[in-house]
Design a protein around this ligand. Structure first.
Ligand SMILES: C[S@@+](CC[C@H](N)C(=O)[O-])C[C@H]1O[C@@H](n2cnc3c(N)ncnc32)[C@H](O)[C@@H]1O
Length: 200
């Protein structure tokens, strides 16, 4: 677990135009196979790097819920959301994302997981906002990968640990995608045991 990302560094890091080359946001969103009308949660949205891609994928009849736990990101998220029209910005907490709806089709955590303080309760909390059949994508720096930019020190997480924690929280791996040079990309579906013990 790393400290929370410093919002003041968003322009140089999160919104660095060179990021697109290794992050491939358009390909990530294509890989999610979102449908027009879907509700997708950008969990830990930061400054809204993925927002435009998600917004286009779900279309005007769909909705992106851009959630952050650091209030300093909200003005920029809101500025981008206003331009797009199908994005709702939400302030959550480290324990509870406080989504305003309970029909979310897809939860996306892009480079967020390594900062989540208590992953198992956090992933369990997502179930209460999920539509039946909802999916969860986790993309983050993997210590073992070569080829892309290295993760900032301490900002990586072991893919195996993510799979184990997600399983404990009631999510089973459905897909693994391997095209990102520095990051793993996992898609989970609700497991057979549901949210498991302690689920809300
Ligand atoms: C490295 S930034 C990535 C932001 C954005 N997803 C992107 O890829 O540009 C990680 C973000 O996760 C947020 N975060 C950390 N823990 C979180 C949690 N439990 N729930 C929601 N967001 C969280 C931080 O506030 C930070 O903005």
């Amino acid at each position: 677990m790393s400290p929370l990302f410093d919002p003041a560094r968003a322009p140089e890091l999160l919104d660095d135009p060179a990021r697109d080359r290794w992050q491939q946001p358009a390909r990530i969103v294509r890989t999610l196979r979102l449908k027009k009308g879907d509700v997708v949660a950008d969990v830990g949205a930061g400054s809204g790097y993925l927002m435009q891609h998600l917004s286009g994928a779900v279309g005007p009849g769909g909705m992106v819920v851009a959630e952050e736990i650091q209030e300093a990101f909200l003005p920029e998220l809101q500025r981008r959301a206003t331009r797009l029209g199908n994005v709702q910005v939400v302030l959550g907490t480290a324990e509870n994302p406080r989504f305003p709806r309970r029909d979310i089709d897809y939860f996306v955590l892009l480079t967020v997981y390594h900062e989540v303080r208590q992953p198992v309760p956090f992933l369990r909390a997502l179930h209460r906002y999920a539509k039946p059949g909802a999916r969860l994508a986790v993309i983050d720096f993997d210590a073992g990968r070569k080829g892309g930019p290295p993760a900032p020190v301490g900002h990586e997480v072991a893919e195996r640990a993510v799979i184990a924690e997600a399983r404990e929280a009631g999510w089973e791996v459905a897909e693994r995608h391997d095209f990102l040079p520095s990051q793993f990309f996992l898609v989970f579906r609700r497991g057979r045991t549901g949210a498991g013990p302690g689920a809300p």
